[in-house]
Design a protein around this ligand. Structure first.
Ligand SMILES: *[C@@H]1O[C@H](CO)[C@@H](O)[C@H](O)[C@H]1NC(C)=O
Ligand SMILES: *[C@@H]1O[C@H](CO)[C@@H](O)[C@H](O)[C@H]1NC(C)=O
Ligand SMILES: *[C@@H]1O[C@H](CO)[C@@H](O)[C@H](O)[C@H]1NC(C)=O
Ligand SMILES: *[C@@H]1O[C@H](CO)[C@@H](O)[C@H](O)[C@H]1NC(C)=O
Ligand SMILES: *[C@@H]1O[C@H](CO)[C@@H](O)[C@H](O)[C@H]1NC(C)=O
Length: 370
C-alpha cells in the first residue's frame, strides 16, 4: 500500500497492487474443458465429455464474482451413454441380457443346440453421430444349415469327412491320377445351404505322361483312331474287321491312366479272325474247275474239283498282258460249297500290241532323223 518518491523525481508504486482473482479449475469427471491463458475472473471455458459420455447441462461456463468470491457459474456433468437392451433372437440368446448397457459394453450370443450361428456372435454398445447409444451391428442369426454331401466324380475327399455338413464345415478334395482339378480344392458350407466356392470337378488331365500311344493296328482290320493325334484319357477307339473276318475281343478300347500316371489302353487289342475255316475242317467244301480265260491258261487240272485252300496260277499267252489278280484261292463259302477268291484275270492284247509294234518304228525314225 506504499509509494516512494525516488531521487529521479518519480513515484515508485507496485503496478500489480490489485490483480484479478482466478477461479480454480473445474472438476469434471469423464470430461475436460479448454481455455487460453489462465482462469481469471471473466474467463469463459467450454466443456467437452470423453467418448461415450454426453454433457448434461450447459456446455460453457464463466468465472464470476459473488460476495468478493470467484467461482464458475455453471458446472455440468458427463453422463455415460446408455444402449437399449440387446435385441432378442430366435433359437438363441445373449449373455447377461438383463444388465444395463452403456457405451463400450459387449454382449455375445449363442444358439440353441442344432442351430448354427450366422454372423458376428458379439455386438457392442456404441454411439452414433447424434451421441445416441446404438448397437454396433445386427445380432447374429441362429439357423439350421445343411449342405449336400459334396461328391466329386473321378476324385475323393481328403479331409472333412462327415455324415452331416453344417455351417462352416470345410471339405478338401483330390482328383484321381490323370485328372485335373477344376475349381477350388477346398469348399465351405455356407448359410444358404450351399458350398462356397462351388464343389470342383475332376477333368481328364492333359498331363503329358497321361497320353496314350497310337492304338495298336490289327491284321485284317482297322480302327478309327486318327494317326498322329494325341489320345487323352477317355479317348475311345473302335476296331472293325475286313469283310470275311470276325472280331474277337473288345471292339472298343479307351485311353486310361495307370498307377504310374501313364496313359494305357483299357483292353488288349482285339483280333480279326478269318471266317474261312482251316483246311480240312470242311472236306465237302469244294470249288469247281477254275474259270478259263481267253488267250491264257491256269495250272489247275481240267475236270477235277479243288479242295478249299487250293491255289491256281494264271498265265497269258506270249504277246498278251495279264490284268487283274493272277492267283486265285479256293475259299469255303459254307460247309459244302467253295468259291474262287477273286474274279479271274484277263489277258489283254490289242492296244498293247499296237504300241509294241509302233514303238520300234518311231525309234528308228528318231535315230535316222527323218
Ligand atoms: C539515486 O539513488 C540510486 C539508488 O537508489 C543511486 O544509485 C543513485 O546514484 C542516485 N542518484 C543520484 C543522482 O543521487
Ligand atoms: C475450445 O473448444 C471448442 C470446441 O471444441 C472450440 O470451438 C474452441 O475454439 C476451443 N477454445 C480454445 C480456447 O481452445
Ligand atoms: C471348369 O469349370 C468351369 C465352370 O464349371 C467351366 O466353365 C470350364 O469349362 C471348366 N474348365 C475345364 C478345363 O473343364
Ligand atoms: C471312334 O468311334 C467311336 C464310336 O463311333 C467314337 O466314340 C470315338 O470318338 C471315335 N474315335 C475317334 C478317335 O474318332
Ligand atoms: C499252280 O502253281 C502254284 C505256284 O507254282 C502252286 O502253288 C499250285 O499248287 C499249282 N496249282 C495246282 C493245282 O497244281
Amino acid at each position: 500500500p506504499l509509494v516512494t518518491c525516488l531521487n529521479t523525481s518519480l513515484w515508485h508504486a507496485n503496478p500489480d497492487f490489485c490483480v484479478a482473482k482466478s477461479c480454480t479449475p473445474p472438476d469434471i469427471m469423464n470430461g475436460n474443458f479448454n481455455y487460453t491463458t489462465d482462469l481469471v475472473l471473466g474467463t469463459t471455458i467450454i466443456y467437452t465429455c470423453d467418448m461415450g459420455y454426453r454433457l448434461v447441462g450447459q456446455e460453457s461456463a464463466q468465472c464470476v464474482l459473488h460476495n468478493n468470491e470467484v467461482f464458475w457459474d455453471n458446472v455440468p456433468y458427463c453422463a455415460s451413454i446408455p444402449c437399449s437392451p440387446p435385441p432378442a433372437i430366435e433359437n438363441g440368446q445373449s449373455s447377461d441380457g438383463n444388465r444395463d448397457f452403456t457405451f463400450g459394453m459387449a454382449v455375445t450370443y449363442t444358439c440353441n443346440r442344432g442351430f448354427s450361428l450366422i454372423g458376428d456372435p458379439t455386438i457392442h454398445c456404441t454411439v452414433n453421430k447424434d451421441l445416441e447409444g446404438v448397437w454396433s451391428g445386427p445380432p447374429p442369426e441362429c439357423k439350421v444349415v445343411r449342405c449336400k454331401n459334396p461328391e466329386v466324380k473321378n476324385g475323393k475327399k481328403l479331409s472333412g469327412f462327415g455324415t452331416e455338413y453344417t455351417y462352416r464345415h470345410t471339405v478338401t478334395f483330390e482328383c484321381y491320377p490323370g485328372y485335373l482339378l477344376n475349381g477350388s480344392s477346398t469348399v465351405t458350407c455356407e448359410a444358404d445351404n450351399s458350398w462356397n466356392p462351388p464343389v470342383p470337378t475332376c477333368e481328364p488331365g492333359q498331363h503329358p505322361n497321361a497320353l496314350c500311344k497310337e492304338p495298336p493296328t490289327v491284321d485284317n482290320g482297322m480302327h478309327n483312331g486318327t494317326k498322329s493325334t494325341d489320345f487323352v484319357p477317355g479317348s475311345v477307339v473302335v476296331y472293325k474287321c475286313k469283310d470275311g473276318f470276325t472280331l474277337t475281343g473288345a471292339a472298343s478300347i479307351h485311353c486310361k491312366v495307370d498307377h504310374q500316371h501313364q496313359g494305357v489302353w483299357s483292353k488288349p487289342t482285339p483280333e480279326c479272325q478269318s471266317d474261312v475255316p482251316p483246311v480240312g475242317e470242311h472236306p465237302n467244301a469244294l470249288c469247281k474247275e477254275p474259270p478259263t480265260v481267253d488267250n491264257g491258261m491256269h495250272n489247275g487240272t481240267k475236270g477235277t474239283d479243288f479242295v478249299h485252300g487250293s491255289v491256281v496260277v494264271y498265265k497269258c499267252k506270249d504277246g498278251f498282258t495279264l490284268t487283274g489278280v493272277g492267283v486265285l484261292r479256293c475259299i469255303a463259302r459254307d460247309e459244302y460249297r467253295g468259291v474262287w477268291s477273286k474274279p479271274p484275270p484277263e489277258c489283254r492284247g490289242g492296244a498293247n500290241m499296237i504300241i509294241v509294234g509302233i514303238f520300234p518304228l518311231l525309234l528308228a525314225m528318231l535315230i535316222m532323223n527323218i
